[in-house]
Design a protein. Structure first.
Length: 477
């Protein structure tokens, strides 16, 4: 066997005929295509034909070939399938020294795998994949993996994030082409490693990703208004999305879907009025980083930013119901608000984004947030919204609250975060999934927005007559 060709571990299966293995990069990135396959690895769901013979077991590749980042470009079959690939099953195998993830796919796809720290994570990006699977929670943990999640990360890109119980190395990550009655498969092998090796691998992986943006979708959400269009710009921000489902409240519903439906309904009402220009941070089930949401608001010169979420209590944490409105504060208004902000601020971490270089930027923004004007207008809108909601929907016993939400940190855009209710409450969940309730909630939002911008026309007139060139106070642009 050629020195450049890695050995296949004995547990991997019974390979008859040939398997071309090319394109080693840094000793681990590989491109694998099966010509014929007599399969015998039960953990991958393979069935060994009765007439197959067992070859001599091969040796595992040495640990020195490990790296944090693996790219593989898989060949498709001679008759490639058009459209998005479907991931329809996933399973784990192994123990606390070596663990394997297997994902069944409708066709081969390009993948990239790398590790992230704080906490220990393995991220797998897949080109053009849709997930049609729902493994039970107790089947998402085994060996080195404590849980995993998946979903759309950006247009044309899906992502899986594996939470590890300690430092791990990606021993192998590759795609098996479909053959006979066996589907294409993603296979990722993880092995236990030491903290120093893990840190070096993460640093090496980060350097190769320095020029990669987390998502480019915000470029398409910057609207170019017609000359003279002075209508207020409202940015609606449905929380979570894609790989980040948000909370479920132990139900069959997901926060990301409920808040998206509400945001879309509100968008339609505002656009029908003709009074506002509306921008959505997302209008489909895709992931948008927290910083990206803030940038969308600022790049569109938003006059108001509304981030929409739903809450849930952990089992045994008591009962809570009703909608509440949050504004930004360096110090949380109460313990529950602080815990909610901490949870919501983890959205990027959940989606497998490296936050290690964001500390200074956040610190700079916090300094700018000392501007009293923006906070004053945020608080004003929050009061208007709570007043409108109380006559239409159930509100929390403390409906006005504050905490350090990262998504509210645009220093020049009045911003609030609306929690529609508690998905952990059966009564609230029934309302959150009701079209009639959604109509009442969006009516309350639309009314509060109308009240907030009631003096917009007067402000615009003032700008025209103001010979000093100063801009009239918000809300007015």
């Amino acid at each position: 066997m050629d020195d450049a060709t890695p050995h296949i571990p004995p547990a991997f299966g019974n390979l008859s005929a040939t398997r071309a293995i090319r394109g080693l990069r840094h000793g681990v990135a590989c491109r694998i295509r099966a010509a014929t396959l007599s399969v015998g690895f039960a953990l991958c769901g393979f069935v060994l034909p009765a007439q197959a013979t067992q070859p001599q077991a091969a040796q595992l590749p040495p640990a020195a070939t490990q790296d944090a980042s693996v790219s593989t470009s898989a060949n498709t079959s001679p008759h490639p399938v058009d459209g998005t690939a479907i991931a329809h099953d996933a399973r784990l195998a192994g123990d606390d020294t070596r663990t394997r993830l297997i994902v069944d796919l409708s066709r081969s796809v390009d993948i990239r795998a790398f590790t992230l720290s704080a906490p220990h994570r393995v991220v797998i990006d897949l080109a053009d994949v849709s997930f049609r699977m729902e493994p039970p929670a107790d089947q998402r943990q085994r060996g080195l993996i404590t849980t995993y999640r998946y979903g759309v990360f950006a247009p044309g890109k899906a992502r899986m994030v594996l939470d590890a119980n300690g430092p791990v190395a990606i021993d192998k990550a590759f795609i098996l082409d479909a053959i006979d009655d066996q589907p294409a498969r993603l296979v990722v092998d993880l092995i236990k490693t030491d903290a120093e090796s893990f840190a070096r691998a993460v640093a090496s992986s980060a350097s190769t990703q320095a020029t990669v943006t987390h998502t480019s979708s915000h470029a398409a959400t910057v609207i170019a208004p017609d000359a003279g269009d002075r209508r207020p710009v409202i940015v609606l921000d449905p929380g979570h999305g894609g790989i980040d489902s948000g909370t479920t409240g132990y139900s069959a519903f997901t926060e990301k879907s409920i808040v998206l439906e509400t945001a879309l309904a509100l968008r339609d009402k505002l656009e029908r009025s003709g009074t506002y220009r509306v921008v959505m941070t997302r209008s489909t089930d895709t992931f948008i980083a927290l910083g990206e949401r803030v940038r969308i608001a600022r790049e569109n010169h938003a006059d108001l930013f509304i981030s929409i979420h739903a809450d849930a209590l952990a089992r045994g944490d008591g009962k809570a119901r009703g909608a509440s409105v949050y504004t930004l504060s360096d110090k949380a208004s109460d313990t529950d608000a602080a815990q909610l902000a901490e949870m919501e601020n983890k959205a990027d971490l959940i989606a497998g984004i490296d936050l290690s270089e964001e500390t200074d930027a956040v610190a700079d923004i916090l300094v700018e947030l000392a501007q009293r004007e923006t906070r004053s207008f945020s608080a004003r809108f929050a009061h208007e919204l709570v007043s409108s909601m109380k006559s239409r929907v159930n509100t929390h016993r403390i409906p006005l609250r504050s905490a350090g939400f990262r998504v509210l940190r645009a220093h020049d855009v009045p911003s609030v975060l609306l929690e529609l209710g508690y998905m952990s409450s059966p009564e609230d969940l029934k309302q959150l999934t009701s079209e009639a309730w959604r109509d009442r909630m969006t009516d309350a939002l639309a009314e509060s927005i109308q009240t907030f911008f009631a003096d917009r026309t007067a402000n615009i007139v003032q700008e025209h007559v103001d010979t000093t060139g100063s801009i009239a106070a918000r809300p007015g642009g």
